[in-house]
Design a protein around this ligand. Structure first.
Ligand code: 5RP
Length: 298
């Protein structure tokens, strides 16, 4: 039982040591509150400063996408190897075991389909439901230059303001309209707008020319989407170039779940993102893991 002696005898005050006041490890996040920084530390590995987010939210506008027709079969084997799960609340509740303790970045927009104008989204999750689902962050697209640019930016502003009330960060995804030129000028514009409206981190695409300038001009971390399925070696090279030029990781979907060996691919992506594994070695790692798995290994 505690008694007065415990107080009188206390002498480990470290008088000669100044109070620790370490800067937070993530770009642009130093002034955030504890809860916000704590959630971001679950999303980004504090040692590498990076993340491998597994994106499988595609169905919210394009239905049963190749590779994730059955989320309940496709996703659980990948969960141990992902840092973060990015999905809709419907997918989460229906297909992801609640025993999965990986942080969830919750897709909080909807309202369109591949049959209509993609930029015409709305906020589609109430913050209370995001909290109920223990979301580590919430996310929606800004469609800069598209027909519903204004509405999509307003959606993300709303998520940011609501999330700020509860210490939940917002990831702004730069959604690219079909007729937009995917260059450094466009992504520099879109990612900077996302950061300036208060997004805590931003998803962009990797581009061969000027990606380092896009990263430098964005005051918060950028993660890259994988985009259309590429041969595994090329996807690993893209991930390597992106982190080498300052990206804080990937938010990758099709290049993982459409791979010939998704479990091998996500581990190879992780080696690139967290250990700076070179693309050739990471590709060899993918091939070795794939052979082991094909031969019946775990
Ligand atoms: C859709 C998204 C997707 O999650 C994103 O595009 C990631 O998937 P992929 O790597 O397949 O491009 O935000 O709008």
């Amino acid at each position: 039982m505690a008694d007065l002696d415990d107080i009188k005898d206390g002498k480990e005050f470290g008088i000669d040591q100044p109070a620790r006041n370490q800067p937070f490890f993530l770009k642009g996040a130093n002034a955030l509150d504890w809860g916000m920084q704590n959630r971001l530390s679950r999303i980004f590995n504090p040692v590498s400063g990076r993340t491998v987010m597994l994106a499988f939210d595609h169905g919210y506008f394009q239905g049963p996408t190749t590779g994730i027709e059955r989320l309940d079969l496709a996703i659980p084997p990948l969960i141990p190897h992902a840092d973060v799960l990015m999905c809709t609340r419907g997918a989460l509740r229906a297909c992801i075991p609640a025993t999965a303790t990986k942080p969830v970045v919750l897709r909080a927009s909807a309202g369109q389909s591949i049959l209509t104008e993609l930029s015409n989204e709305l906020v589609a999750v109430d913050i209370e439901d995001a909290i109920r689902l223990n979301a580590a962050a919430i996310t929606a697209q800004i469609y800069v230059g598209a027909e519903y640019e204004h509405k999509s930016i307003a959606n993300v502003v709303k998520l940011i303001d609501t999330g700020n009330r509860y210490g939940i960060p917002t990831l702004a995804v730069t959604g690219v309209g079909a007729d937009m030129v995917r260059d450094a000028r466009y992504f520099g514009l879109a990612t900077r707008i996302a950061a300036e409206i208060g997004a805590h981190y931003v998803k962009s695409y990797y581009i061969d020319e000027g990606f380092d300038r896009v990263v430098a001009g964005c005051p918060v971390p950028i993660v890259i989407a994988g985009g259309k399925k590429l041969p595994e070696g090329e996807a690993l090279e893209m991930a390597f170039k992106a982190v080498d030029q300052g990206a804080a990781g990937v938010d990758m979907g099709r290049n993982i779940f459409q791979s010939d060996s998704p479990v091998a691919m996500i581990q190879a992506v992780g080696a690139v993102v967290h250990r700076n594994e070179r693309p050739e070695q990471a590709h060899q790692m993918y091939l070795d893991l794939k052979s082991e798995l094909d031969a019946g290994g775990d």
